[in-house]
Write a protein of this length. Structure first.
Length: 349
């Protein structure tokens, strides 16, 4: 007896369909937050982006749990660890979610480049353990590199770059990419804590680019063709490390990540719930995003090495987004034009 019912979707089919809803959320966050560009109100920009993301997920039939959320470091408005996103209808797919409605809130407030809205997700079967790791330290020491360097590292015994002198790492990257050391481009954030790193990069003659904020884009850049960046190094936010790891899992690059403590009080706080071995462990992307499933999407707010920012043209707005999926290795660049006279952005009031 034939049936007129549509065939059941497999988990992989559901992931393919839902990935576009995730990018719609980052698009809407960018559209809402661009109004705060240069106005000196980073918390209001953040709140606008959060409301837009909530608005999309409130309509989405998934069971999403926030594993990496906002507001951990600075009590800013945000979407927090442990929150549920989606309708949570029985039988709807489960996702672990990492997000930063605005990576680069200071940049938004100052009207400077390098801010994006970003979401990563990993689907997990019912009853399965978490598909994402939440690193308990505020900051981590990170070193990100592209697929060619990852392959070379695996052939040489898979050493940890964080346990090598930086000059030796740069020499390794140069050899893997067929470059001279002076042609290797290293990105780091312009922070006092990076003084020794900056001097070491300069002493070996490599090119150095410093950014003011937003290290997700910097960590992803070495794995993107034509980005002009060969490696990223620095001590930055641990939540951002997990978001970047999802993108690197899709792109075939990798990063070395180890907890880094800005003061002894925070080290002692983390030590209460974390073993000494884990506090010193070097994590790779597969340790931070477990299993086969990984989605990463981001929309540019102000221009960055990853994406152009939002452009207002009369009654239209142009956005640029990137959408990646690890199972297929597909990377989509989405250039969208939004008619402001007809566009409705669902918001959570």
């Amino acid at each position: 007896m034939s049936s007129n019912l549509p065939p059941l979707r497999s988990p992989l089919d559901l992931e393919r369909v839902l990935e576009f809803e995730f990018v719609r959320a980052t698009e809407n966050a960018a559209l809402q937050s661009i109004h705060w560009l240069g106005r000196g109100e980073k918390e209001l920009a953040d709140a606008a982006a959060c409301s837009a993301i909530y608005g999309v997920f409130d309509l989405l039939d998934i069971r999403g749990e926030v594993i990496i959320g906002e507001g951990i470091k600075d009590n800013a408005p945000g979407i927090f660890v442990g929150e549920h996103l989606g309708t949570w209808k029985t039988g709807s797919p489960r996702f672990d979610i990492a997000l930063d409605p605005i990576d680069g809130t200071t940049n938004i407030a100052k009207g400077t480049p390098n801010s994006i809205s970003v979401i990563a997700a990993a689907q997990k079967p019912d009853g399965a353990p978490s598909a994402m790791k939440n690193i308990p330290s505020f900051y981590s020491h990170k070193l990100a590199y592209g697929p060619a360097v990852k392959r070379a590292l695996q052939k040489k015994g898979d050493r940890s770059f964080l346990d090598m002198p930086l000059k030796e790492v740069i020499a390794f990257v140069a050899e893997a990419l067929g470059k001279n050391m002076r042609d290797v481009v290293v990105v780091t954030m312009d922070r006092p804590r990076h003084g020794a790193l900056i001097e070491e990069v300069r002493s070996c003659g490599a090119a150095l680019r410093m950014i003011t904020d937003g290290d997700i884009t910097a960590a992803v850049a070495p794995s993107l063709p034509d980005s002009g960046v060969d490696m990223y190094v620095g001590m930055g936010g641990s939540p951002e490390a997990v978001l970047a790891a999802a993108a690197l899992k899709c792109l075939g690059g990798d990063m070395d990540v180890r907890m880094w403590f800005h003061d002894e009080a925070h080290r002692a706080e983390v030590a209460l719930t974390t073993s000494e071995a884990e506090m010193n462990q070097v994590f790779r992307s597969d340790d931070l995003i477990m299993g086969e499933s990984a989605l990463f999407c981001a929309t540019g707010i102000s221009d960055s090495p990853l994406l152009p920012g939002v452009k207002l043209i009369g009654h239209r707005v142009e956005t640029h987004s990137i959408l990646m999926r690890s199972r297929s290795g597909t990377v989509r660049h989405i250039h969208a034009s939004h008619d402001l006279d007809r566009k409705v952005v669902p918001l959570r009031g």
